[in-house]
Design a binder for this molecule. Structure first.
Ligand code: PRP
Ligand code: MN
Ligand code: MG
Length: 180
């Protein structure tokens, strides 16, 4: 285990199990819909890669780079589109794949943008949901785990750009961010 991690919250095995379960639901719900599945970079890359391989129907993938945190611990409140979609969402069933919903600002902004662009439906699949910190009313349609209000990293989630490559989700030791 990485020495900056206080505790593993969700192991590789637990994450794979949840991907399998959500993938089965998505396979059923999106049968014959040919949805556009959108990965929100960079945090959602690991979850996206794992979950789409558990969806057994026709899906198209696209990527969007949206950032609200920069290198800070707290959300800045503004959501920047760094890379937009390549594919039009007009008339499409859209599924947004996220690593975590925290304040809800990123997804509130993204979901309303995609609706404005006339997506037929917009649903959200998130690995982690941290409802304690919610500022915007946003309720995900598919959730892997509800997380306690701790600073979590790994499996795509970063602190100052690092820890994304950990294969599990863990709680960062406070000493790591207290020295900054
Ligand atoms: C993180 C995370 C979510 C968002 C959640 O992304 O990956 O996308 O913040 O926070 P919110 O619900 O308060 O908006 P971040 O902006 O740090 O970019 P990253 O995915 O590139 O790390
Ligand atoms: Mn993100
Ligand atoms: Mg981040």
């Amino acid at each position: 285990m990485n020495s900056d991690i206080k505790e593993i919250l969700y192991s590789q095995e637990q994450i794979q199990r949840v991907c399998q379960e959500l993938g089965a639901k998505l396979t059923n719900d999106y049968q014959d819909k040919k949805p556009l599945v959108i990965c929100v970079l960079k945090g959602a890359v690991m979850f996206m890669a794992d979950i789409v391989r558990k969806i057994d129907t026709y899906i198209e993938l696209d990527f969007m780079d949206v950032s609200s945190y920069g290198n800070e611990m707290e959300s800045s409140g503004s959501v920047k589109i760094i890379k937009d979609l390549d594919v039009s969402v007009k008339g499409r069933d859209v599924l947004i794949v996220e690593d975590i919903i925290d304040t809800g600002r990123t997804l509130a902004c993204l979901a309303s943008l995609l609706k404005h662009r006339q997506a037929k439906s917009v649903k959200i699949c998130t690995l982690l949901d941290k409802p304690d910190r919610r500022e915007k009313t946003i309720s995900p349609d598919y959730v892997g785990f509800q997380v306690p209000n701790e600073f979590v990293v790994g499996y795509g989630l970063d602190y100052q750009g690092f820890y994304r490559n950990l294969p599990y989700v863990g709680i960062l030791k406070p000493a790591v961010y207290e020295k900054n």
